[in-house]
Design a protein around this ligand. Structure first.
Ligand code: SAH
Length: 354
C-alpha cells in the first residue's frame, strides 16, 4: 500500500521512465494513495461532507429512495449501492430511514480505500464490498447513491496552443511536478464548438466518470432502479480548469506533494446527464442541493429535531443553513437523478424562484 511519500516517489519514477504523464494518471495515483493513507473526512481531516454535517442529509436521501421504492410497489429484492461511502455515515442514516418504510435492501459499497472500508465495516457488517461497479449483482433493481464520489475521479485537460490542441501532461521540474502541454497536437477533444476558442483555453473532461456512469446506467436500464448523484459541479459545458487540491480545509497547489491532499475537479453534470440519457435512463435535474433538500422537507425535519433535542437547536439550525444556503453548500452542490423507464418519477426536482 503506497504511503504519502511513495505517491510522489511512484509518480517521479514513472515520469523519469516514461516522460510526462497524463493528468488523469497523475490524479489517479495521487488520490489512490491519499484515500489509502488516511480518513480525510471531518473537522479534523481535510474536508467535511454533507452527511457529516447532519443526519438530516442521509435521512432525506433515504426518504427519497423509500418514496421511489414504495411507488414502484415495494419490490422485496433490491440493492442499495453506494459509490465511495466514506465513513458509512450517509448509508447509516439513509438505511435507518428506509427501514421505517419497510425497505430493507441488500447493501453494496464500491470502495477502493482499505482504511475507509474498515470504517464502513464498523457500521455496516452485513454489506458487500466491491472494488468497482463491475461486480455489482445483476439480479435485482439497483438504488445507487454517490455523494462527493465523481469529483474524486481523474480528469483530463486539453489546452489550445498555436500548434493546435494539446493534452495537459504532468512533468518534473527538478523536485517539483508541473503541468505542461503535450509534445504532439491531438484531434480536437470536443465538438466543433471548440474551434473558435482563444489560445490558452482549457477544456476539461472526466473519461473515468463517463465510463462509470455509462456502465452503471446500462445496468439500471436493464435491472431497474435509480441513481442519485450529489456533488459540486456545473450544468452547462464550460471552459477552464476546475482542478483543485485541499488540505486541512485550505486550498493548495494540485502539484504540491501529491498523495497528501484531496485532488478533485468540479463534476460536469452536462456530460453525466447525456451519458445516462444515451443509456435510456430518464434524467431529473440537476437541481440545487438546497432546493432539493427543501422540496423533500428539510425545514420540517430540522424543526422536529430541534423540538426533540432543544439543547442542540442552535447546531441543528447551523447545519440546516450549511446544507441549504446558497452561499454555503446549497447552490454549488447539485443533485441529479437517473431512473429506469419502468421506475416512477422521483421527487424533489421542482424549481422555485431563485
Ligand atoms: N461519500 C462520502 C465520502 C466522499 S470522499 C461522504 O459523502 O462523506 C470520496 C470517497 O470515494 C471515499 O470513500 C474514497 O475512498 C472513494 N473513492 C475515491 N476514488 C474511488 C474510486 N476510484 N473507486 C471507488 N471509491 C473511490
Amino acid at each position: 500500500m503506497p504511503d504519502n511519500q511513495s505517491a510522489a516517489h511512484i509518480l517521479a519514477e514513472k515520469i523519469d521512465r516514461e516522460g510526462p504523464i497524463s493528468l488523469s494518471d497523475y490524479m489517479g495515483v495521487a488520490n489512490a494513495a491519499y484515500y489509502a493513507a488516511k480518513d480525510p473526512i471531518g473537522e479534523d481531516g481535510d474536508f467535511v461532507t454533507a452527511p457529516e454535517v447532519s443526519q438530516m442529509f442521509g435521512e432525506l436521501v433515504g426518504i427519497w429512495l423509500s418514496d421511489l421504492w414504495l411507488r414502484k410497489g415495494s419490490p422485496a429484492h433490491v440493492h442499495y449501492v453506494e459509490l465511495g461511502p466514506g465513513r458509512g455515515t450517509l448509508a447509516a442514516d439513509a438505511l435507518r430511514s428506509m427501514e421505517k418504510f419497510g425497505c430493507k435492501p441488500q447493501i453494496h459499497f464500491v470502495e477502493t480505500s482499505p482504511l475507509l472500508k474498515a470504517k464502513q465495516t464498523a457500521l455496516h457488517d452485513s454489506a458487500a464490498w466491491h472494488e468497482s461497479i463491475d461486480s455489482l449483482p445483476t439480479d435485482a433493481p439497483l438504488m445507487v447513491v454517490a455523494n462527493e464520489f465523481f469529483d474524486a475521479l481523474p480528469v483530463e485537460q486539453f489546452v489550445s496552443t498555436e500548434d493546435g490542441w494539446r493534452r495537459h501532461m504532468v512533468a518534473r521540474d527538478r523536485n517539483k511536478f508541473v503541468a505542461v502541454p503535450g509534445m504532439h497536437a491531438i484531434e480536437t477533444p470536443v465538438s466543433k464548438s471548440s474551434a473558435g476558442l482563444p489560445l490558452g483555453t482549457i477544456l476539461e473532461s472526466s473519461p473515468a466518470s463517463v465510463q462509470i456512469l455509462g456502465d452503471l446506467s446500462h445496468r439500471i436500464a436493464k435491472q431497474g432502479g435509480a441513481a442519485l448523484i450529489i456533488d459540486y459541479g456545473y450544468d452547462r459545458p464550460g471552459t477552464g480548469s476546475t482542478l483543485q487540491a485541499v488540505k486541512d480545509h485550505m486550498p493548495i497547489s494540485p502539484f504540491d506533494s501529491p498523495g497528501t491532499s484531496d485532488l478533485t475537479a468540479h463534476v460536469d453534470f452536462h456530460s453525466l446527464s447525456n451519458i445516462a440519457k444515451t443509456r435510456l435512463l430518464s434524467v431529473h435535474g440537476p437541481a440545487e442541493q438546497g432546493q432539493w433538500l427543501k422540496a423533500l422537507g428539510i425545514d420540517h425535519r430540522a424543526k422536529k429535531l430541534a423540538e426533540a433535542v432543544p439543547k442542540q437547536a442552535e447546531s441543528i439550525r447551523a447545519a440546516h443553513h450549511r446544507l441549504t444556503h446558497v452561499d454555503e453548500m446549497g447552490r454549488l452542490f447539485r443533485v441529479m437523478a437517473a431512473t429506469s423507464m419502468d421506475w416512477p418519477e422521483p421527487e424533489g426536482f421542482v424549481y422555485g424562484e431563485n
